[in-house]
Design a protein around this ligand. Structure first.
Ligand code: UDP
Length: 236
């Protein structure tokens, strides 16, 4: 399957079900990409390398979907939180590790997930406020999970996963942002109508106005950049 290019970054064009199957067969790093990440990658070569080496890059959110549309690609939006939840359902008892979020959040999220997915086999949990990264990397590597979900926010979660790639060649590893907060029940997900319209970011910004600084001016600048340079992506 052909990949789409956006500002020099490859983005996979699979629909939700296909992306799940590809992740299951390929294993490795799944990046759920948004305009802020593309913006950061364009300024940070190490992060760009991480994205370039990801086994699967899925468009999380309306920004990337819109950007791709502007360069002639119709691609389905795949919310990272839904993708990760489905992947948990697909594990069918194989070992899963969770890293990230505040201690009480990860604890609650795992309890809720175990109630919902009876076969869930959680072999490792670690909250996201550790100082000894080496220790956590070693512990995860030793556990050899089939699925690793990392909720440290971006770029921390992608950097963390990248460091484990050679040690966990058969693990599906996904950076999941604020998903543990949602699963814990402490952070409410946008109502379905916002999700359907691709306006989750608007809902989150209304609820948490400090986010505005993060998405603005990144989002409009991103659209302008795509319009300016996007057509060149085809030839890159
Ligand atoms: N987080 C963490 N350690 C950190 C920074 C963030 O565990 O050092 C967690 C945070 O508690 C939250 C998640 O990372 O659960 C995602 O954070 P944020 O909402 O900032 O990221 P986004 O989903 O917007 O990428």
């Amino acid at each position: 399957m052909e990949r789409a290019k956006l500002l020099g970054f490859n983005i996979d064009k699979y629909d939700f079900d296909e992306a799940i199957e590809v992740a299951k067969s390929k294993r490795g790093h799944v990046v759920t990409i948004n305009p802020e990440m593309i913006d950061y990658a364009s300024k940070n070569i190490n992060f760009a390398e991480i994205v370039h080496h990801a086994e699967l890059v899925i468009p999380d959110g309306i920004g990337v979907q819109l950007g791709l549309k502007l360069v002639g690609n119709n691609v389905a939006r795949i919310a990272g939180v839904d993708f990760a939840k489905r992947m948990l359902n697909e594990t069918k008892g194989s070992p899963v590790a969770f890293v990230g979020a505040k201690a009480h959040i990860i604890e609650k999220a795992v309890i809720n997930l175990k109630n919902e997915i009876s076969e869930l086999n959680v072999i490792y949990t670690q909250d996201g406020y550790f100082t000894d990264t080496e220790r956590v990397l070693n512990e995860v590597a030793e556990k050899q999970p089939e699925l690793l979900l990392v909720a440290l926010g971006s770029p921390k979660q992608e950097e963390f996963i990248y460091k484990l790639k050679t040690r966990l060649p058969n693990t599906i590893m996904i950076g999941v942002g604020g998903s543990f907060d949602v699963w814990s029940g402490e952070v409410e997900r946008a109502p379905e109508i916002y999700q359907k319209l691709g306006l989750e970011w608007l809902y989150r910004t209304i609820k948490e106005p400090k986010r505005f600084k993060r998405i603005f001016p990144t989002l409009p600048m991103f659209v302008l950049k795509v319009l300016r340079y996007g057509v060149n992506d085809v030839n890159r």
